[in-house]
Design a protein. Structure first.
Length: 703
C-alpha cells in the first residue's frame, strides 16, 4: 500500500499539468448563419459566421467568389468580399473551422491576420498547437504564426515583428512547400514567454492559391520533456513467408515539449530475436510532429507460425528516458506462412448521378480492373444508393468520385479514401501486399423462376492469425440505367462535367438541363457499371465465422448466403441476373476505422449468360474505325451500319480544344476519306455526331 501511495503522489503533478488547458477553440459552439444564393438555376447554400472572438487585420483585397459549381465558400457571401478570415461549416468534413483564402480577383500575395484573444499565465511547460490543412493539393497555402506580448490596445500589421514569428511555411509557389491537404497537427513551445500573457496571430501569406483551414487551436501545459509515442509505420509487415527478409517499421510522434533529434528503439519478436538501434535524424521531430523509422536489420523467420512483436523506446536525444510509459510501446504480431496466396485488390469507389466527375471516375477505375482488381461503385445521394452500405459511406466517404483501395489506410497521406488520380498507384501498392488468406465462391446456384441466388464464401488461411477477421459478400451489377424517355434530373441520368473536354468519351454528349446546372447524359449515352446492389453482411462483414484466438493455419472457414434478386421498377434497367456479380472478400476488423483492411477478394458472375444491354445501346456501343492511326495525312473513317440516322457532322479538335476541321456528310455508314495534310503533327480528336448520338476517337498525325 505504501508503494502505491507514493506512486500516486508522483503521478499527481503529471496529471494536473497535462490537464491544464490555458486556451482552446474548436469553433464548434458558434451560432452559424445560412446564406442562400440562386445563380441561374443553381442554389448555393453556405453555412458560416464571422470570427467574432478574434481580431482580424485585413489587407483590403477582394476575394474571388468562385463559380456556381465550385463556390469559394464562405467568401462567396457578399458581406465577406474583402474579409480575410471567417468560420465555415463544411458538410464533407462535418466540422466547423477557421478559413482564409488567397484566391483573389487580383494576383497578389495576401497579408491577412487572425489574432486570438489574450491568453494568460504562460509557463515554461506551455505549448501552442493547432491543426491545419490546404484542401486543394494543387494550391497549397503558406502561412506564419506570431506570438506577441502586446495584450492591450489595437493591433495592426506593424504590431508583429520578425522576432515575434514562431512558425513559417512558404506557399505552393515554392516547390515542395505549402500546407498538406490532410489535417496536420503542429506545435511549438511557448517556454520563452513564461510568466507573461500573450496573443497568437496566424498570417496567411499565400499568392493565388486557394484556402487555408485552421482548427483546434490550443495552449496547454505539457508535463513531459521527453514523450515519444510509438504507432504502426507505413506499409504492411504483419504477414510474410518463411525464410524471407521482412522490415520492421514504426512511427514516432513527439508528444513532449522538447524537439527530438535522435531516438533509440528496440524490437523483439517473441521466441526469435531482439534488436536495438539508435536513429539519428537529419531533421528534428517538432512538437506533435512524426517520423517513420525502419530498423536496418530485418527479420527472417524459418518456421511458419504466429509471432508476437513488441517495439519500444529506449532513449530520446541521447540518454533521456521516455517520461510517459503509457504510449512508448507498440504490441503487434507477425503471421508467417510457407507460401502466400495470390492477392486480389478490392477498389470501392463512391459515385453519384449528381456528381459530374463520376463518369470520369467510373471510367478511370474500369480501365484499371482485371482478374486481380475488382471494382465496386457505391452510390450515395441518388437513385442507386443502397442502405446496406451506409456504414462504409459514413466511415470513409468525404466526397464522391474518390475510392477506398482495400479500405487500406495510407499513412503517407493520412487517409483511407484516395483521389482518382492516385487510383493506379494505390492499387499497385496493394497488389504487392502479402496476405494470409484466399477467398473463393462455392456451390453457386441461381433459380430463374424464384430469382433466388445461393452460394457460399470460403476463406482459406495459409497462416495463423489472431483477431477479428470477417467474411462478406457484395452483389454488384453492370449496365444500370433509368427510363430512357425520362429527361428529368431523376437520380438515374448522369450529370457530366465532360461536355467540353475534348479527350473525354463524353465530349459533346448529353443535354443541357437548367435544374442540374450542367449537361446530363441520356440513358443510352451512359450506363452505371459495377453498381453495388447490396452488401449481404452489411458494411463490415460477419463476425464469429473465423476464430479470434487462432487455429486458422491451413484451415478454411465459410458462410452460406441466400439472396433473392428484386424486380426492377417499371422502365428501369436493373436487377438483371445476367448482369450481376458476386464479390466475396475477407477483412480485418478493429474499432479504429483505419484498421479494417480488406485482405483478399474474389468475383464471380451470377449466371453463365452474356451481359444484357438495351437495343439502342448495342448501336451506341459500335464505334467508327480510323486507319491508319497514326496517320501521315490521308485518314480513312469506317462507320458501321446502323450507327447514325441523320446527317453526320464531322469535327476535328486539337488538344487545346480548338476546332481545326469541320465538314458533314449524308452518309449514314460506309467509308469516308479525310485529307488532313494541312494539319500539324500531334494528337487530335475526331468527333462524329448526328444530333441524336455521337462518337469520338483519338487520331495521331505523324508526317
Amino acid at each position: 500500500m505504501k508503494f502505491k501511495f507514493i506512486y500516486l503522489l508522483l503521478m499527481m503533478p503529471f496529471v494536473f499539468l497535462k490537464a491544464q488547458v490555458l486556451y482552446s477553440d474548436d469553433f464548434s459552439t458558434l451560432s452559424l448563419q445560412n446564406d442562400v444564393q440562386v445563380i441561374g438555376s443553381k442554389t448555393i447554400s453556405t453555412t458560416y459566421t464571422t470570427a467574432s472572438a478574434y481580431t482580424l487585420i485585413e489587407d483590403g483585397y477582394k476575394n474571388n467568389i468562385g463559380t456556381a459549381n465550385s463556390p469559394n465558400r464562405p467568401f462567396n457571401v457578399a458581406s465577406l468580399k474583402t474579409t480575410g478570415w471567417a468560420v465555415l461549416y463544411n458538410s464533407i468534413e462535418n466540422d466547423t473551422f477557421l478559413v482564409s483564402t488567397s484566391w483573389l480577383d487580383t494576383s497578389v500575395a495576401v497579408k491577412r491576420f487572425v489574432v486570438s484573444p489574450v491568453i494568460n499565465n504562460i509557463t515554461s511547460s506551455s505549448v501552442l498547437s493547432w491543426e491545419a490543412m490546404s484542401p486543394d493539393a494543387n494550391f497549397p497555402e503558406g502561412y506564419e504564426v506570431y506570438v506577441t506580448t502586446n495584450t492591450t490596445g489595437t493591433l495592426n500589421a506593424n504590431s508583429f515583428l520578425l522576432s515575434d514569428r514562431v512558425f513559417y511555411l512558404a506557399d505552393g509557389n515554392t516547390a515542395g512547400a505549402g500546407e498538406k491537404n490532410v489535417w496536420t497537427k503542429r506545435g511549438i513551445s511557448l517556454s520563452q514567454y513564461a510568466g507573461q500573457n500573450i496573443r497568437v496571430a496566424f498570417k496567411n501569406i499565400s499568392q493565388n492559391m486557394y484556402q487555408l483551414w485552421l482548427d483546434n487551436i490550443r495552449v496547454e501545459n505539457i508535463a513531459n520533456d521527453y514523450d515519444a509515442e510509438i504507432s504502426e509505420g507505413q506499409g504492411v509487415y504483419r504477414y510474410n513467408t518463411t525464410n524471407t527478409n521482412g522490415n520492421i517499421t514504426c512511427t514516432v510522434t513527439n508528444k513532449g515539449k522538447v524537439s527530438i533529434n535522435s531516438v533509440s528503439l528496440n524490437y523483439q519478436i517473441q521466441g526469435f530475436s531482439n534488436y536495438q538501434q539508435a536513429f539519428g535524424l537529419a531533421q528534428i521531430i517538432p512538437i506533435y510532429g512524426s517520423n517513420d523509422f525502419t530498423f536496418n536489420v530485418p527479420y527472417n523467420i524459418p518456421n511458419p507460425g504466429y509471432y508476437p512483436l513488441k517495439i519500444w523506446v529506449n532513449y530520446i536525444n541521447g540518454v533521456n528516458a521516455d517520461q510517459n510509459n503509457i504510449n512508448d510501446t507498440l504490441y503487434t504480431s507477425l503471421s508467417i506462412m510457407t507460401t502466400a496466396p495470390s492477392k486480389n485488390v478490392l477498389a470501392e469507389q463512391f459515385l453519384s448521378a449528381f456528381d459530374g466527375y463520376s463518369p470520369d471516375g467510373q471510367d478511370k477505375l474500369a480501365a484499371l480492373t482485371s482478374s486481380s482488381v475488382i471494382a465496386v461503385n457505391i452510390h450515395d445521394g441518388d437513385s442507386l444508393k443502397n442502405a446496406s452500405a451506409a456504414g462504409v459511406i459514413s466511415a470513409y466517404r468525404k466526397k464522391t468520385t474518390t475510392a477506398i483501395i482495400d479500405r487500406n489506410y495510407f499513412k503517407d497521406i493520412s487517409s483511407v479514401p484516395v483521389e482518382r488520380a492516385a487510383y493506379a498507384t494505390r492499387i499497385n501498392q496493394r497488389k504487392a501486399a502479402i496476405v494470409p488468406v484466399s477467398v473463393g465462391i462455392l456451390n453457386k446456384s441461381y433459380n430463374s423462376g424464384t430469382r433466388e441466388l445461393t452460394f457460399s464464401v470460403q476463406a482459406s488461411f495459409n497462416a495463423e492469425v489472431k483477431g477479428d477477421y470477417r467474411i462478406n459478400a457484395y452483389i454488384t451489377e453492370n449496365n444500370v440505367f433509368g427510363l430512357g424517355s425520362d429527361t428529368t434530373y431523376n437520380g438515374w441520368n448522369q450529370l457530366s462535367f465532360m461536355f467540353n473536354v475534348p479527350f473525354s468519351p463524353y465530349y459533346q454528349k448529353g443535354y443541357y438541363l437548367a435544374s442540374a446546372g450542367g449537361y446530363v447524359l441520356k440513358a443510352y449515352e451512359y450506363k452505371h457499371q459495377n453498381v453495388l446492389d447490396t452488401a449481404l453482411d452489411g458494411s463490415f462483414g460477419a463476425a464469429g465465422i473465423i476464430p479470434v484466438n487462432g487455429g486458422t493455419q491451413n484451415q478454411a472457414f465459410g458462410k452460406a448466403y441466400t439472396y433473392t434478386v428484386p424486380l426492377a421498377a417499371g422502365g428501369v434497367f436493373r436487377y438483371n441476373p445476367d448482369n450481376m456479380y458476386i464479390v466475396a472478400f475477407v477483412t480485418e476488423y478493429d474499432a479504429n476505422k483505419n484498421k479494417r483492411t480488406v485482405l483478399n477478394c474474389f468475383q464471380e458472375k451470377v449466371t453463365s449468360n452474356s451481359e444484357l444491354v438495351a437495343v439502342k445501346e448495342l448501336k451506341s456501343q459500335v464505334n467508327f474505325q480510323l486507319y491508319p492511326n497514326p496517320s501521315s495525312g490521308l485518314t480513312h473513317v469506317l462507320i458501321p451500319e446502323g450507327s447514325f440516322r441523320n446527317e453526320v457532322k464531322i469535327k476535328i479538335i486539337d488538344i487545346t480544344g480548338k476546332e481545326v476541321y469541320t465538314s458533314s456528310t449524308n452518309m449514314r455508314f460506309g467509308l469516308l476519306q479525310l485529307n488532313l495534310y494541312g494539319l500539324e503533327n500531334g494528337s487530335y480528336f475526331i468527333h462524329l455526331s448526328d444530333g441524336e448520338s455521337s462518337r469520338t476517337q483519338k487520331l495521331i498525325l505523324v508526317k
